[in-house]
Design a protein. Structure first.
Length: 350
């Protein structure tokens, strides 16, 4: 392998070293941006031998280019294009060095129900193309994939052993990708590890096409003085996870030795169950504590959307994972604390 000498101000080793390339699909999304920032701060990732290797290049691979400060880092490269385009994927993943792929990009649940062909092309065939491109490499790539609890049906509680029975095209494509990554790992083509994500809160910015988008809008819009309509009932139960827990877990999953995993490379990330009304109550508690008294909260009303409600009711409301515990993944089930973190990071810190 090519050895790099004289690695600018980011050098953490005094001797020559082998370089690490990181590719984040969906790199300009919310989680992708936070993950990129964390990895750039971390500066190294473990290779297949467990050696910490300096990150010399981090590729933000997405269908659009966002504006954020991390693109100014000399280690960052931007690749714009479709994850199902072989030419673009080859460009993004091309390297003779160690390679870490964090595959986050996806057509979300609501959009997937509207456009079956798009969901299949991006979610399923795009993932398969990434795996095939990694397979052609001489050196095994480490492949971290964000799946979702939408791979299950609507039962209250799911575990690592629960049968996959998705109730949406989005969940079906995620389940297919899980099986592919397990088999590519069994064959030694990649070193895969997968995180089944509960609904991630609180996302800043505009709503996305996910059916669960209301879970973030419920906090984000009222805090910004904007009224919002919630498409499900107040007593609806949802399975949530804070964004900081997601970043911690994805980073930790990458760093674990391959021997920590068996044939099943999946784990349900540690989340918690609440009702929508409990989310509203949390919003008011946090706003009273952190926001100025002159700041008016937007109103929350409930206007049921049968399509969204059907999708959300098709998801489990709690996941318990022995795999997650064995791998040392730790969550945060304090909803008020998660909302406070969002306010401090994205509202008061503007």
């Amino acid at each position: 392998q090519r050895r790099v000498r004289g690695f600018s101000q980011h050098t953490i080793l005094e001797t020559d070293f082998i370089a690490m390339k990181v590719v984040i699909t969906g790199g300009f999304g919310f989680i992708g941006t936070l993950l990129a920032r964390r990895l750039l701060q971390k500066k190294t990732l473990a290779n297949q031998e467990g050696v910490q290797i300096p990150i010399t290049k981090l590729v933000l691979f997405d269908v659009f280019k966002g504006e954020n400060e991390i693109t100014k880092d000399p280690r960052v490269e931007v690749v714009i294009g479709d994850v199902s385009d072989p030419v673009v994927v080859e460009k993004a993943l091309s390297t003779d060095e160690d390679l870490a792929v964090f595959h986050l990009s996806s057509i979300m649940s609501g959009q997937g129900e509207e456009n079956f062909d798009l969901a299949m092309r991006v979610n399923l065939h795009g993932c398969l193309l990434l795996l095939e491109t990694c397979r052609k490499r001489k050196r095994k790539a480490r492949f971290v994939f964000t799946s979702a609890t939408a791979v299950f049906d609507s039962r209250e509680l799911v575990t690592d052993e629960t049968r996959l029975l998705p109730q949406s095209t989005y969940g079906t494509t995620k389940a297919c990708c899980e099986l592919l990554i397990c088999d590519y790992s069994r064959r030694g083509f990649v070193d895969g590890r997968m995180a089944r994500l509960p609904t991630v809160i609180v996302r800043p910015g505009a709503p996305n096409k996910a059916a669960s988008s209301f879970c973030s809008e419920l906090f984000r819009s009222p805090i910004n003085g904007i009224d919002c309509k919630i498409p499900v009932r107040p007593d609806s139960k949802v399975f949530l996870i804070g964004y900081k827990t997601v970043i911690d877990c994805l980073t930790q999953l990458h760093e674990l030795e391959e021997s920590k995993f068996g044939y099943d490379r999946t784990t349900i990330l540690p989340g918690f169950r609440v009702t929508v009304q409990e989310m509203v109550d949390s919003l008011h508690r946090v706003a009273k504590e952190l926001l100025p008294g002159t700041r008016r909260l937007g109103n929350i009303t409930f206007e049921l959307d049968p399509t969204i409600e059907k999708i959300v009711n098709g998801w489990p409301t709690l996941g318990v994972s022995e795999n997650s515990k064995k791998l040392g993944l730790v969550g945060n089930d304090d909803l008020d604390d998660i909302v406070k973190t969002y306010v401090l990071d994205f509202v008061l810190n503007k």
